[in-house]
Design a protein around this ligand. Structure first.
Ligand code: FES
Length: 495
């Protein structure tokens, strides 16, 4: 009884519950929608979670990191050192867990006293109450003993609680108000970095403690500065609990009133001098350009948007960003060599590591509908894969879509990142990848495969990127499938 009481009191957020059993939030939401997992004000009980996922291997200590790990495996470029939280943060969290343990122990003692008292009363009544009392008290005592033993024998439930405590020691959970978006802060990450990594678009500017654009009010919980900042708060702001999200980490679970980016229109135009980090050749005419922005000037953009690049020869051209905002200062572009295209020519012949490439933007509204409840269908042709890749990585970081299915119709350069797509499909249960091949004029025929796999598209939002004829074929295919036009988002990518 005592274990049950302490466990029931500990409700889990969906983000934390998904981590504990190693599934995506989308998968958890599906269980909730199907009535297989009850929720209480958006949270779940550990015992209900165990019932919904009876086969979770809790004895395997890797389960907590399972989902994050496979995502990192799939995003090889995003592998990063997993740092421990600062000693000060760890000490604070340990003290918090210690306090909780003390409270739980006191509660257990109280329950034990009550059950002992009850048992004694049952005994006394059984002895003095005659045949009728014996007939009632005997089974009642048996039931009480059985219930007490049953709960103390639930190893998996206890294991879940232990892992939950470990997770709380290593990470802090953040809930944003009023949106109720959630994410974890790991290691010594700033709250802003953790939010961006989780695909949450917060308002910010310098990311360096100067501009004050990332300031937010801590409604509950404790933060700790991770860097010095020059921005000066007014006394009123200090009293109300304002902090800079770019300069503080989370010591405990937090609730924060923060300004989130509502859409592309909320992002200011920026001009940034980035450096070439690497250029990978993905084929005779396809290059993967890796740029890195300065530490003090990260590009703010939404997944799926484009920027204008300008190289040393004065050539400029617009390219979709092929990475997601969750990838820190790293940006990727798929540059296709096209006769007469000066920027691409320069990338292939002259550009080298360390060179400066100027960025301006972002532009475009090929962005994810963040609050849509639908699964995601991505249709890409050729290097229309670039903005689609950005959206997919963002959706994976957000971890809220039930399923994602990518159809990639090869262009002149084939499926130039086929292995990456296969790695995603291998690593993530809710991601499917179908490479398609067809002559450019036969895109409509290739799209029939989508109809075969998904005769009913009602549960999807569709994102399509590629040259104009491909987009025309997509529109026709969806019209024929009676798909609502307002759930299709497109962007034209030539080349
Ligand atoms: S983003 Fe400028 S102070 Fe935080």
């Amino acid at each position: 009884m005592s274990d049950q009481a302490s466990n029931s009191a500990q409700l889990l957020t969906l983000t934390r519950a998904a981590r504990l059993v190693g599934v995506s939030r989308g998968a958890l939401q599906k269980k909730i929608k199907n009535g297989d997992l009850p929720t209480f004000e958006g949270m779940v009980k550990p015992e209900d979670l165990m019932r919904a996922y009876p086969n979770t291997r809790l004895e395997d200590t890797s389960v907590i990191e399972h989902f994050a790990h496979i995502k990192d495996e799939a995003f090889a470029h995003r592998m990063r050192e997993r740092l421990l939280p600062e000693p000060e943060v760890l000490a604070e969290r340990l003290a918090g867990l210690g306090r909780e343990l003390a409270r739980t122990k006191a509660l257990v003692e109280r329950y034990k006293t009550i059950t002992d008292w009850l048992y004694d009363k049952f005994n006394a009544y059984e002895k003095t109450g005659g045949a009728e009392a014996r007939a009632i008290m005997g089974p009642l005592k048996l039931w009480l003993r059985h219930e007490l033993e049953k709960e103390s024998g639930s190893d998996d439930l206890q294991s879940l609680v232990v892992k939950e405590s470990f997770l709380r020691l290593m990470t802090a959970h953040v809930r944003l108000l009023p949106s109720h978006r959630e994410f974890f802060v790991e290691g010594s990450d700033s709250i802003l970095d953790a939010a961006l990594r989780a695909g949450v678009s917060l308002r910010y500017g310098c990311s360096n403690g100067n501009c004050g654009l990332c300031k937010a009010r801590v409604a509950s919980g404790k933060t700790l500065p991770v860097r010095h900042h020059d921005y000066v708060f007014s006394d009123a702001e200090k009293n109300q609990g304002y902090v800079l999200l770019c300069s503080n980490t989370a010591v405990s679970d937090l609730e924060i009133e923060a300004e989130e980016i509502g859409g592309a229109r909320d992002i200011p135009k920026q001009e940034i001098a980035a450096r070439v980090k690497k250029i990978d050749r993905l084929g005779d005419d396809m290059a993967l350009l890796h740029l890195q922005t300065p530490r003090t000037k990260r590009l703010q953009f939404l997944a799926g948007q484009s920027v204008t690049l300008e190289t040393g020869n004065g050539a400029d051209a617009e390219y979709p960003v092929a990475s997601c905002p969750c990838d820190d200062r790293n940006l990727q572009f798929h540059v296709r060599r096209i006769p007469g295209e000066r920027l691409a020519d320069y990338v292939f012949r002259k550009l080298k590591n360390g060179d400066i490439v100027s960025l301006s933007g972002p532009q475009g509204d090929f962005t994810l509908r963040e609050d849509s409840p639908h699964s995601l269908l991505f249709l890409a042709h050729g290097n229309g894969f670039a903005p689609v890749k950005s959206l997919i990585e963002h959706a994976m970081a957000r971890d809220t879509a039930e399923t994602l299915h990518l159809y990639w119709l090869a262009g002149k350069d084939g499926h130039y990142l086929n292995n990456l797509c296969r790695a995603w499909a291998d690593a993530l249960d809710n991601f499917q990848y179908t490479p398609l091949t067809a002559e450019a004029s036969k895109a409509g025929t290739a799209l029939k495969q989508v109809g075969k796999d998904h005769p009913d598209l009602a549960g999807f939002d569709v994102y399509a990127a590629g040259p104009a004829p491909f987009l025309t074929a997509v529109r026709k295919f969806l019209r024929d499938s009676k798909f609502p036009e307002d759930r299709l988002v497109t962007t034209r990518v030539d080349g």
